[in-house]
Design a binder for this molecule. Structure first.
Ligand code: 6GU
Length: 332
């Protein structure tokens, strides 16, 4: 898969040289090119923004540098043998919500171009004109506002790239992801444990040590259902009733009934924790509430990975200090 990223801050994309994505690139599974939008400006100040028509606060990114950039990047990619048109991804808080389903759809495409806007966004005629020659997707990563599309691009690229065959060490590790298709589809993942079985008096739920795979699978599903009820009732509403067995329905109806008794010796130090088991069905059954189900097992394990994705991929990008004395569009 080829990924091009156009931005006024190529350094913002340096994480694409690290960890999972960095390794996937080294192994030739992913071909990432980061480009500095200012390369396609023509004035001495290398201007990329201007005031909005109709008034209002902030600045809007000018169409000309964007169109020149997209034409050049599309041309360069086509020259190395990609005949199908790329898909243009424009991260924006005004976009459609990006979901795991989108990640699964995008991973099947051979070539994505990310256009990272800053300020109040990119002149709307760029996306409109691009739609004439390639699919365009305006995607939001959540209901909050970032300073620009760069971090959203990192999010989307990571969600997509980890689905590429061969990127994750264990092919199974995608299967139980929250939101992934499979047995846990549409549910949040429950808590996970590793050795030691007794850590400071906190013991691992005995079923996980039982060797009874059916019981373990059932327990994990119970935990996922309880966690989803507690934290994402909106997801419970969307579950397909035909996919829920009798036990699922019981757990959803009374998430704390039959839950693992707490083995937490520190429970006494939190007087509210066990005082009303009916009030917060997830409280006792969900010790992993702050864990990170999507954590990258390869993180920090490859300090030597290329930390500058722009350096060798786009020699003309001009990612050094901007010589412009008055560009007037510093990051905000
Ligand atoms: Cl994709 N971009 C920006 N700038 N802010 C966002 C976003 C994207 N998604 C949520 N907030």
């Amino acid at each position: 898969m080829r990924i091009d990223v156009v931005t006024i801050f190529p350094e913002y994309l340096t994480p694409l040289g690290v960890s999972l994505i960095g390794k996937a690139r080294q192994r030739g599974l992913l071909d990432v090119h980061v480009h500095d939008l200012r390369r396609w400006t023509t004035d001495v100040h290398r201007t990329v923004d201007d005031t909005p028509y109709g008034g209002g606060p902030g600045m809007v990114m000018k169409p000309e540098p964007w169109w020149a950039a997209l034409a050049a990047v599309t041309e360069a990619g086509s020259a190395v043998g990609r005949v199908a048109p790329p898909t243009l991804v424009i991260p924006t808080p005004s976009g459609r919500p990006f979901t795991q389903r989108d990640a699964q759809r995008l991973v099947a495409l051979p070539w994505l171009i990310f256009a990272c806007g800053r300020y109040e966004g990119i002149d709307a005629r760029v996306a409109e004109r691009a739609r004439g020659t390639m699919p365009v997707e305006e995607l939001s990563i959540g209901d909050y506002v970032l300073a620009g599309g760069e971090v959203a691009t990192l999010v989307i690229v990571e969600a997509v790239a980890r689905l590429l065959p061969g990127v994750l060490g264990n092919a199974d590790s995608v299967v139980d992801d929250s939101f992934a298709p499979g047995a846990m589809s549409g549910l949040l993942e429950g808590p996970v444990y590793t050795k030691p079985a007794d850590w400071d008096g906190r013991t691992v739920p005995p079923v996980l040590l039982s060797g009874n795979h059916a019981a373990i699978a059932r327990w994990r599903r119970d935990q996922a259902l309880r966690r989803t009820v507690a934290l994402r009732p909106d997801l419970v509403q969307r579950l397909d009733p035909a996919e829920l067995d009798r036990r699922d329905q019981d757990v959803l109806a009374a998430p704390s009934v039959g839950a693992e008794p707490s083995s937490d010796p520190g429970a006494d130090s939190d007087p509210g924790a066990d005082s009303d088991p009916g009030a917060d069905p997830g409280a006792d059954s969900d010790p992993g509430a702050d864990s990170d189900p999507g954590a990258d097992p390869g993180a920090d394990s490859d300090p030597g990975a290329d930390s500058d994705p722009g350096a060798d991929s786009d020699p003309g990008a001009g990612s050094g200090p901007d010589p412009s004395p008055s560009r007037g569009d510093q990051d905000r």
